[in-house]
Design a binder for this molecule. Structure first.
Ligand code: NDP
Length: 297
């Protein structure tokens, strides 16, 4: 069997298209433009690339994009004051503080200072609690993107066995909550899991969010299973070059799985698309308007 390839790039373009369409309608019918503020502290090169890309895509879907670039030695008090200013700004519906922050800043304190209604990353403790209790929340972008692709591929996920490898707060745990919310039977695996290959072999859905290049080989995959590879790992490609690979060994897994996301071009593009979807959702909620269909959990 050769797996169907789940094209995250095309799917993300579709999500952005739907967001753009609804932004246009919000402007035409209500005179409202959703606004996203991104705060970057310091000069981390990867973060700079992400922030640039977020700003560009925000503008492309017709939203207002605001970027605050602060020096690496910005004090916690100054950063918190900026967050409060953005919380109070009615033209800003989504606030994202790019992580990681420099060591002298307390990430939890800063994230929990964001108004939960504007927390488009879904990392605020209130949103984590709401998601965990099955209530309406802002959902972390990467797991939301994975869920959208799984729903698109399977229709209903009800009753399927799902294994999430990785238990981080930003991917593994919220992913497991979302799959549970869609009535999967969910196992969360991690570095202390006994007999990981056997655990993965039971799954109809495998979500790998580990950060270890090609760790999950094809012979761990149940034939026909759907494999969502969240990992982004840069590896040596010889001749002084590097390339990106996932946490799944694509070449062997594609021969066994029913469907699989590639790296790059799978989960990655969905993350920013879901950030835009979350900003639109936050804007609709702030204005008492119906939420965009198919763009929330
Ligand atoms: P973390 O490092 O925070 O978490 C990794 C998880 O993997 C931990 O729970 C850890 O277990 C588990 N783990 C590590 N080694 C093993 C092992 N040998 N066997 C089983 N489990 C193991 O990573 P993130 O969740 O932040 O990210 C995971 C991957 O996803 C990374 O490659 C990252 O780059 C990528 N990513 C991609 C995004 C995208 O947009 N596509 C967005 C965010 C992340 P334990 O808790 O026991 O240590």
């Amino acid at each position: 069997m050769t797996a169907a390839i789940i094209d995250g790039k095309a799917f993300a373009a579709g999500v952005r298209g739907r967001v753009a369409e609804q932004v246009g309608r919000l402007q035409a019918d209500h005179g409202i433009t959703p606004g996203l503020a991104v705060v970057l502290v310091g000069e981390d090169p990867a973060s700079q690339v992400y922030v640039r890309s977020k700003g560009k895509q925000t503008v492309e879907v017709g939203m207002k994009s605001v970027e605050h670039r602060l020096d690496a030695d910005t004090s916690e008090a100054d950063l918190l004051a900026l967050v409060q200013e953005l919380n109070a700004d009615p033209t800003i519906h989504g606030i994202l503080v790019q992580l990681p922050l420099p060591d002298h800043l307390n990430e939890d304190l800063v994230i929990n200072a964001i108004d939960p209604a504007k927390d488009v990353d879904g990392f605020h403790i209130s949103n984590v609690g709401l998601l965990g209790t099955g209530q309406k929340s802002m959902v972390p972008c990467t797991p939301l993107g994975c869920l959208m692709m799984l729903r698109e591929h399977h229709g209903s996920l009800s009753g399927l066995d799902a294994v999430v490898v990785g238990r981080s707060n930003i991917v593994g745990k919220p992913m497991a909550q979302l799959l549970l919310g869609d009535s999967c039977t969910v196992t969360i695996a991690h570095s202390r899991t006994k007999d990981l290959p056997e655990v993965v072999r039971r799954a109809d859905i495998v979500v790998a969010a580990v950060g270890r290049p090609r760790m999950v080989p094809g012979d761990w995959i149940k034939p026909g299973a759907t494999v969502i590879d969240v990992g982004i790992n840069r590896v040596d490609a010889g001749e002084g070059k590097t390339r990106l690979v996932g946490d799944v060994d694509f070449d062997s897994a594609v021969e066994v799985a029913g469907a699989i996301t590639p790296v790059p071009g799978g989960v990655g593009p969905m993350t920013i698309a879901c950030l835009l979807a979350n900003t639109l959702t936050a804007c609709c909620r702030a204005n008492g308007l119906p939420e965009p269909e198919g763009l929330t959990a």
